[in-house]
Structures are given as C-alpha cells and as structure tokens.
Design a protein. Sequence first.
Length: 322
Amino acid sequence: MKELKKYLLLIHGGVGTILKENMTSAKEEAYLEALERAVLAGEAILKASGTAVEAVEAAVMMMEDSPLFNAGKGSVFTHDGKNEMDASIMDGNTLNAGAVLEVRRIKNPISVARQVMENSTHVMLAGEGAEQFAKQQGHKPVDSSYFYNEARFQQLQLAKQSEEILLDHSGENKSMEGNMENGGRKLGTVGAVALDVHGNVAAATSTGGMTNKRFGRIGDTPIIGAGTYANNNTCAVSCTGHGEYFIRHVVAYDISALMEYKQLTLQQAADHVVHEKLKNLHGEGGLVAVDTKGNYIMSFNTPGMYRGIATARNKCKVEIYK
Ligand code: ASP
C-alpha cells in the first residue's frame, strides 16, 4: 500500500474573550466558514505537494481578504483613524524570513512579506519604503476606503472614549460588548503554520495591530522570534495576543529554544510559555505550532481562539471556544 504523505496545516484567527453566549448563530457560522475556507486554501497546496511557505501564505491571504479578522481588509483603526498593518513569514528549511511593518495601502501584507524574504536581501521593511517595494513587486496600492468598516470605526470611538488601546477581540470594557457588529471583542490577528510533504515547516502571521494604537506602535506580529518563527530543527510557531508581552518573552523563539536546548516536547514548551510565563504576567494570547515530526499544538490562555486544522489523514476541523 502506498504510504500517505504526511502534511499538516494549522491556522488561527485571533484569541480573546470569545464566549458562546455573546455570539449569534449567524456570526458563529460566518466565522467557521471563513476559517474553513482558509484551511482548505492552505491544504490544497500541501495536498498537491506544494511547500509549507506557499500553504501558510495562501491560508493567511484568505483571512486577510475577510472582513471578519483583524488583518488586511478587516484591520482595526489607529488613534488617527488609519489602518496600519504588520505581517511576517519564515521558512523553517532555510531560516529565511520577511516582514513588513506599518503598511497602509497593501491588500495582502503577507504576500509582500514573502517577497521581502524571497526577492530582497532584507528581512524587515517599514512604512513608505515597504509600500515602494510592494509597488516594484507588482502590487497595486488600494485606496484606504478598502479597509473601512463601520463596526471597526465605532470600536475606535469607544476605545478613544475610555482612552484604552485595545486588543481587538478583548479588553475589559464591558460597554463594548453588544455594541459592535461583528462582535468587536471577538476578532483578531491571523496566522498559519504548516508541515509539507517534503518535511519542511513554515509560519506566517498578519495583523492590523491594536485599536487606538498611536505613535507608530508595532506589536509582535512582524517580529521574527516574537510573533512568528520557523526552524526545521524544532518547530514553526504563529502567535496572537497582546503583542507587548509576546515581544518581551520572545515567545515564538522561546518555544523553539526550549525544544532545542532543553529537549522539551512541543507540547511541554508551549504549555510552559503560554500557561506559565505569559499568564503570570497577564499576557493574554495564544498560538499554533507544528514540528517536523507532525506534532502540533493550538494553545491559548483566553476563553477562545478562532482556529482550524487539516492533516493528510483527517478532514479539516475548525473551532472557536475552549
Ligand atoms: N499580536 C497583535 C499585536 O499586538 C494583536 C493580535 O494578536 O490581535 O499587534
């Protein structure tokens, strides 16, 4: 019998106070469908023996194109009423990586991050320079109206009133609950990790950051080692949550380092970082990760995380709550 080639893809669409009682069945359905579309887009590539890098890019692009998630089209607003997006990608086979920061007119920041990785000698490009590079690579800038979303705009007004900088899908402000279409507290950064049939892993993450952010604030998402990391010797990780904590703990790389230097399993390493290190500092968040043996984890210290998985053996599965 021909052996089934092993592949695996995991995605997340953000963490937060995502509770079933705050969801309508129509919204739940919309999220599950959007997650499934993203998983299937990535899986189709892995099934056809494509690379992990191609698969994570495809899955993330699908979520960037959905208004339901805080990335690409659904990005949250800054204090000044703009959208500033960050994204990064890493190839575990070569340790090559690419990232864009604070881009405003790019429809799919993850694709430009991949082009930074593959078509430039740099790892991180920011702002105007990143936009120029994107143009050179053939991306047509989109008008800022492409990112406009009334619910997001209202979310900004509430955040301004309370002078808070909010994690899209979270925050303690009760007044935000029920006030927002699309469930203002329940949207989030997107990411994917994959193991391909060639035995390589990759990770990708994309975000609009935090509502009401200002002064060019950047979170963990575009920082290799904090929000995204991939290494064939250990694992591939994509994070979501309160970026400042993920940067301080160098979360994605920490998981890899615990595996490499302490010989922890992926599960042990992720449990330690998400449920002890981050939680002790009230660092709200979660992650998806996979290693080259096909072990995987979806770990979060919040009530919910939008997530999905597909493997060569099992059909695509998507989930929201704990
Ligand atoms: N990690 C992202 C940031 O801090 C936010 C998120 O995951 O929703 O920018």
